[in-house]
Ligand binder design. Structure first.
Ligand SMILES: [Zn+2]
Length: 97
């Protein structure tokens, strides 16, 4: 019985089934990810809270008296680097060039 099962094996059938599996794998993986996202909506709220903290940290940084924050490149530079004051704030010489 064992030898009879091994005999009808065809290499052409194996290659065809492998190609079919390769085409189906990406669809199955993406489908599983979507299902997991729907099942765990709370898991995505925690990173969002952390992002708001990061934004606050950036705003808290106060420029020194002899420094300014360019509203174009958002870099803190020395007052000597101010090219002009725009409606939004100071523009550094590099951005004004
Ligand atoms: Zn600038």
């Amino acid at each position: 019985m064992a030898t009879d099962y091994d005999a009808p094996r065809k290499t052409e059938d194996d290659s065809e089934s492998i190609e079919a599996l390769k085409e189906r794998v990406p669809d199955k993986l993406s489908g599983n990810v979507d299902v997991e996202d729907a099942d765990n909506p709370s898991g995505f709220e925690l990173p969002g809270a952390d992002l708001s903290d990061v934004e606050l940290d950036v705003v808290v940084l106060p420029p020194q008296a002899d420094e300014f924050t360019c509203v174009s490149c958002f870099l803190v530079k020395h007052r000597s680097q101010i090219d002009h004051q725009s409606k939004l704030g100071p523009i550094c010489v590099e951005c004004a060039a």
